[in-house]
Design a protein around this ligand. Sequence first.
Ligand code: XMP
Length: 514
Amino acid sequence: MEKELVVVIDFGGQYNQLVARRVRECNVYCEIYSYKTDLAIIKELRPRGIILTGGPGSCYEEGAATCSPELFSMGIPVLGLCYGAQLMTHVLGGQVCRASVREYGRTELEVDTSSGLFEGVAPHTVCWMSHFDYIAQMASGFRATARTADCPVAAAECVEKGLYAIQFHPEVLHTVDGTKMLYNFVRNICGCRGDWRMDTFVKESVRAIGEKVGDGKVLCALSGGVDSSVAAVLLSRAVGEQLTCVFVDHGLMRKNESDEVEAVFGSKGGYHLNFVRVDARERFYAALAGVEEPEQKRKIIGEEFIRVFEEEARKIGAVDFLVQGTIYPDVVESGLGGESAVIKSHHNVGGLPECVDFREILEPLRNLFKDEVRKVGLELGIPENLVYRQPFPGPGLGVRIIGEVTAEKVRIVQDADAIYREEVENAGLSGELNQYFAALTNMRSVGVMGDERTYDYAIALRAVNTVDFMTAEAAQIPWEVLRKVTSRIVNEVGHVNRVLYDVTGKPPGTIEFE
Ligand code: XMP
């Protein structure tokens, strides 16, 4: 059976990965390609449907991101979203103009439910708008299928040619029936069966990896994070004892975390990963002594990690494959798929160990979004608390301690963070927050405890809500919870006499505190 694929053509808008994730939620596999990708390459993929995303700029301006008119006459259904809708109109001879007011935010929408795209959608619903330009005149053969108070053509279609244009963003959750609309497009209009499921992915990957690896030896750096854990367990399913997993304890993990990782993946856990734990704590602290500059700290941690890993690998001898826990957003964000600029180059400690003798890299999760990695983890029987662990940066607490990293500072931030996490969980808030942690500022100040003057550190608490971790808002933690955490931290953690709550969003802040 031919694999079903929908192609998402990226025009550089902010929600583009979200479009792809929503399509996958409809059990349809999709991949993101830049609008600059040659049409011949897209054709070769034989997609069942094509979605054009939003993007900045105006499609009628010189030098604007565009596409070949042929895209619309290949007999493949095309759905244009926002910029994509305007571009479809513009390229096919309609008119796109600048509106006098920007339409932004939740907007009431009236839809024509006789359109296949709006099947099952309420006639009066709510959508998310974000545009300056609007479709002033539809291309010939199109009819309008939705409107808002300010936008007479909020959606248009030419059913004979399989072309659909939507001015709003169905991928954003504020569009109440957005997923339904995308479902209608990929499942009904494009006719996809919906065979993209994680249990099938596991079976198929185990088979493919087994075939590729044969009787080769495989080495995996396991950090205890979701991606590397899922990759390791998937590999062990596929190649069993041919796999060795090395866990480098850099002494910058959260409180008790290294032991927890060992309990799950070590010899007493439920997997057979040939788990090797390397206690490199002192080495990392020594390498970090006296270093205050954040980028330099990151570099040292990354390099030291590679060195330790290489030393371990040398003990194992030559291997055939090295496993990387790369996931699809890493691929898209490193500029390989899609149109997004290189946003993060720093992510994931390690990079590639150069001196490890291996033939090939295995990236079993390369095509998966994070929520899909989690589903695969559950399929593989990995404990829920590990699968739903909040993100933790590769350089660990090294990016949550301002200034020099010392064993004592690590202990302080570990203890404060453990209290914070415990109280957030007790308050039932953990599911509502996307990331929360304690960081140790480098600020010491005067305080008073009992009758004594103190001169100690300030802990900063951070909690954010975010969809994609590229922008974030500070979360509103109830005052009662903050008060309890504060009182516990100053009472239970030595050398802390103040607790601050960081209310900065990203931008201008970053999520981590370094
Ligand atoms: P920032 O601080 O850049 O973080 O706003 C955005 C998200 O990325 C995580 N992060 C990292 N993850 N290796 C990782 O695997 C890293 O070096 C790293 N630095 C930041 C951070 O925790 C947040 O979720």
